[in-house]
Structures are given as structure tokens and as C-alpha cells.
Design a protein around this ligand. Structure first.
Ligand SMILES: CSC[C@H]1O[C@H](OP(=O)(O)O)[C@H](O)[C@@H]1O
Length: 349
């Protein structure tokens, strides 16, 4: 994509401010881990892999802040900073996966020269960012194999370059199919209440001239019923060991429609999104967000004061509704428990 989602500039993390898209291209500058945590929780930056990479840079900024502390004080402050970052948004496992990977660098080099450790942390955050793009492009190639010529593809929320460091997961597969001249057409759900589809996915599709139609979320059922959708591709925020998948609210509904109308339904996610510690999806914490997100569209109030609001940001799609999980190690088919276990410790070539 033309604009970088995330960029480290010296000791400042520069984030494309996704709250302002598509009308404005503005950047948010985070100079400490608390500002990074705010950027994640307020969705300046969002999308599981993008949140992970951002969290990793937050750990690096924390290490810079605590550079002159004693070993014990440094370790304690870094644990506190990581806990603070992980709390920014609970559902996407990529955040805690990335901060844990950063903490492992700290543990492995404890007692070593502090300046050298800080350089290693910057390198590790850069590695996480670079690897994300490589993984997305690999997943896109695997996913492209299941995209039929002239397919009408339905996608939900935003899973593109804006949800990752670049290229995207489900939208990465769509990019790959388009670049391989598969003559696809995309139906993008607007994705209430934060409108990631209307504001972000449509932005990416238009920028890349990928033929697409924006729809209100409630239109999807009629398109599926009328046989106008050949394939559904979605992302993921956390996948349980049995394949149950947490993703943007509204995904479960699409999976049920896909099941009833026999439409292939694929999740596109890197292995880092699989939480092997959770046996099934009911154990995944679902983030609940502010009622204002439902009661307003932008700054316009659309619901009266006094009305109660229930605003879960994600839902759980049961493994039995999923045709396959497209990962960087190939497409995992049911039974997901064994399929996901088979890729658990594999090393990327
Ligand atoms: C590439 S996975 C992106 C994933 O994250 C989105 O949620 P949010 O916009 O709230 O961060 C959505 O669940 C996407 O599938």
C-alpha cells in the first residue's frame, strides 16, 4: 500500500491514523509505551498483526525509557510496561505473542550490556514487522490457489495492509488473486460499528483498482442466498487449538449463512494468531467497547441517551463452519486440532 501502517523513526513510532481514514491521511506519533498502548486501544492502529508489531515497538520504547535503571528495576519496569501494553486490547493474541517474544530477548540477555540489549530489541521489533509482510505474501500465494476465476468474494472488516504491517491476510489473498488476473469482484461489508470495511477495506481496494462493491452488513445474507457469492474470506484475532476463531463481530453470522448455502468460508491468519493454550473458542476473551461506537457514526449521534448498548467487538466462529484456515504453512483443513498441531513447531523455510 502507498502509505506505511507502522514506521519507527529513531525513537518515535509513527502510525497511520486509521481513525481519520479515508478522508484524511494523518499520522500519530508515539514516543513512549503508554502512547503506543493508547494508539492500540483507541484504534489509531488496529488489526491483529498490526497490533502485534506495534506492541513490539512499544516494548522497545519502554526499554529506552528505562535504559539507566539497575538490572532488577529494569526487569520489573519492563514487566509492568508489557502488562500495560497487553491490556490495550485483549482479544487479538498477536499483541501478547509479540510482547512475549520481545521479553524473551530481555530474559536471554539479562545482565548483558544495556545498550546492546536495546539494539537487540529494536532489531527484534523490526524482525517481527518484516516477517509479518513475508508471511502475508506467503499466505496470499497459498490462498490464491482456492480462488476460482471470476469469483465474487465477500470479505468482512479490514484484513489488508492496514490490519498488518503490509499486504494483509484475507485481503492479501484478494490482492494476490487480482494481481494474478483472476478477474475477481469483491463485496466488502461496511462492518458496523467502526466501519473498517467502508472506511479501510474500500480505501485499499480503490487504491489498488480492485473491482469492488461496498455493502451494508445486512445485504450479505441476500447476496449469499441468491448465489452471488462464490467465496468468503475473513481474518482472525485469535484461533483456539480446535479451530474455533475469534474475529470481527458479524463473522459468525456470515459463517452460518455460508454453511446453510454451501459457500466456501476460509479464515486467513498466520500461525502466531493460533492460541494453542485454549482448547476451544468459548475460552477466548471478547473485548467489549464503548457504547458511543454504536450510538454515534463519527460525531453524529444516531441513538437517544438512556438506551442501553451491547458492543462486543468480536464473535466466535465454530470450527465446523470453517472450510479451511489459510496459514503461511499452507491451508489447514479439518480436523483442525491435528492440522494446527502439525504446524505448531514448524520452521519457516
Ligand atoms: C488481519 S486480521 C485483522 C482483524 O482485526 C480486525 O479487528 P479490529 O479492526 O477491531 O482490530 C478484524 O477482526 C480483522 O479480521
Amino acid at each position: 500500500m502507498k502509505y506505511e501502517t507502522i514506521r519507527l523513526d529513531g525513537e518515535t513510532l509513527i502510525l497511520l491514523d486509521q481513525r481519520k481514514l479515508p478522508e484524511k491521511i494523518e499520522f500519530f506519533e508515539a514516543e513512549d509505551y503508554q502512547e503506543v498502548a493508547f494508539a492500540i486501544s483507541d484504534m489509531v492502529v488496529r488489526g491483529a498483526p498490526a497490533i502485534g508489531a506495534t506492541g513490539a515497538y512499544g516494548v522497545y520504547l519502554a526499554a529506552l525509557e528505562y535504559d539507566d535503571l539497575s538490572e532488577n528495576e529494569f526487569l520489573n519496569q519492563m514487566k509492568e510496561a508489557i502488562e500495560y501494553l497487553n491490556k490495550a486490547r485483549p482479544t487479538a493474541v498477536n499483541l501478547s505473542w509479540a510482547t512475549k517474544r520481545m521479553f524473551n530477548i530481555i530474559k536471554k540477555n539479562s545482565g548483558q550490556n544495556r545498550k546492546a540489549l536495546i539494539r537487540l530489541l529494536e532489531q527484534e521489533a523490526n524482525n517481527i514487522a518484516r516477517e509479518d509482510v513475508e508471511i502475508n505474501k506467503t499466505m496470499a500465494k497459498h490462498g490464491n490457489k482456492i480462488v476460482p476465476m471470476s469469483a465474487n468474494i465477500l470479505t468482512h472488516c479490514n484484513t489488508g495492509a492496514l490490519a498488518t504491517v503490509d499486504y494483509g491476510t484475507a485481503l492479501g489473498v484478494i490482492r494476490e488473486a487480482h494481481r494474478n488476473n483472476k478477474n475477481i469482484h469483491v463485496y466488502a461489508d461496511e462492518t458496523r460499528p467502526r466501519l473498517q470495511g467502508a472506511r479501510l477495506t474500500a480505501f485499499e481496494l480503490v487504491e489498488e483498482n480492485i473491482p469492488a462493491t461496498l455493502i451494508a452488513d445486512s445485504v450479505a445474507a441476500t447476496l449469499i442466498r441468491d448465489g452471488r457469492i462464490d467465496l468468503i474470506l475473513v481474518g482472525a484475532d485469535r484461533i483456539a487449538a480446535n479451530g474455533d476463531t475469534a474475529n470481527k463481530i458479524g463473522t459468525y453470522m456470515l459463517s452460518e449463512l455460508a454453511r446453510v448455502h454451501s459457500v466456501p468460508f476460509y479464515v486467513v491468519a498466520p500461525r502466531s494468531t493460533v492460541d494453542y493454550n485454549l482448547d476451544h473458542g468459548d475460552l477466548i476473551e471478547i473485548e467489549e467497547r464503548s457504547s458511543d461506537e454504536v450510538k454515534k457514526i463519527g460525531s453524529e449521534v444516531i441513538a437517544p441517551d438512556g438506551i442501553r448498548v451491547y458492543n462486543p467487538a468480536f464473535d466466535i466462529t465454530p470450527a465446523e463452519n470453517i472450510t479451511g484456515i489459510i496459514t503461511e504453512y499452507g491451508i489447514v483443513k479439518p480436523p483442525f486440532v491435528s492440522g494446527l498441531r502439525d504446524i505448531k513447531d514448524r520452521r519457516r523455510s
